[in-house]
Design a binder for this molecule. Structure first.
Ligand SMILES: Nc1nc2c(ncn2[C@@H]2O[C@H](COP(=O)(O)OP(=O)(O)OP(=O)(O)O)[C@@H](O)[C@H]2O)c(=O)[nH]1
Ligand SMILES: [Mg+2]
Ligand SMILES: [Zn+2]
Length: 273
């Protein structure tokens, strides 16, 4: 029987086959092969013995958070508490785009901003939307749900950013634990401890444990194409890295204010090691 892994807790894999759920174990052979089943995997199970027999080839996968076969990622980004970081946002976007997953940016804690701080975020929302990444505030539920319709979506973001809070808002029957004690104590405390896919209305949404730091593991070559607004066609050299080459259209657009300077600075931080 075929199904999808929707949750893993310790060594127990919950596999959903149509509307039934089976709590399965994985065979040692996966470990020996150096691969373990992850949430989102399509698997063949032996429902009588409750074991996973095989894993279907993945369409895509993420390492942070660990999940496979998703269409979109909602990149949860705080406006404050913890403080907004454009570098973290751009790293999360690269992480998603490099794995063939469509990002959506969702800002949280906009309500905690002072009036004069808000326009900075409106400008960011405009900029990212313009370059092709839909961007919303977590109060714009209808827009978000339209973007997620019929898709399998993963939430990604640092710990305390508001991922589980958003899931609870989207599905009033879920009462996932949310907490901000970590902020009061000033150290990382992960409230969500496992990845779990929830069926909500007409989409699947995965809540995930947040991270406290995110490293970029992509090659510079891949990173360049994740900056969607950096168009190579207009550069003098078609392999232009947009660093110190002559006739670079990206640098020209940067000087003309068409490219956001934080985007270019973050790109440089990621590719110049
Ligand atoms: N004021 C305000 N607080 C928010 C908002 N979103 C989340 N919070 C609060 O932020 C804290 C952390 O939220 P969580 O939903 O637990 O964060 P998380 O991303 O799930 O964290 P981890 O599970 O550790 O990865 C909670 O106290 C929430 O009530 C928001 O938009 N505005
Ligand atoms: Mg959580
Ligand atoms: Zn260039």
């Amino acid at each position: 029987m075929k199904g999808r892994i929707i949750r893993i807790i310790s060594n127990l894999y919950t596999v959903e086959c149509e509307s039934n759920r089976y709590e399965c174990r994985a065979r040692g052979k996966f470990r020996n092969m150096g691969m373990s089943p992850v949430v989102g995997d399509i698997v063949e199970i032996d429902e009588k013995n409750q074991v996973i027999l095989s894993i279907e080839k993945r369409r895509n996968e993420l390492k942070r958070p660990v999940i496979a076969n998703v269409d979109k990622a909602v990149v949860i980004t705080t406006c404050t508490r913890p403080q907004f970081s454009s570098f973290l946002l751009d790293k999360m976007l690269v992480n998603v785009l490099a794995n063939d997953i469509e990002p959506i940016i969702c800002f949280t804690k906009f309500d905690l901003l002072k009036e004069e701080e808000k326009s900075f975020f409106y400008d960011l929302i405009d900029y990212y939307s313009k370059i092709g990444i839909p961007s919303v505030i977590n109060t714009e539920i209808d827009t978000l749900e339209k973007l997620m319709k019929n898709h399998t979506v993963v939430l990604t973001g640092q710990t305390g950013a508001g991922k589980s809070t958003l899931v609870n808002k989207l599905d009033k029957n879920l009462h996932l634990a949310t907490d901000d004690i970590s902020l009061a104590l000033g150290r990382g405390k992960h409230t969500t401890r496992h990845v779990e896919l929830f069926k909500i209305k007409d989409y699947y949404l995965a809540d995930t444990p947040g991270f406290s730091a995110l490293d970029i593991i992509e090659e510079p070559e891949n990173i360049r194409f994740c900056f969607l607004e950096f168009k190579n066609e207009s550069c003098k050299f078609n392999n232009c890295k947009h660093l110190s080459e002559t006739g670079c259209a990206v640098k020209r657009q940067l000087e003309e204010g068409e490219i956001l300077s934080s985007r270019y600075e973050n790109y440089k931080k990621m590719v110049v090691k």
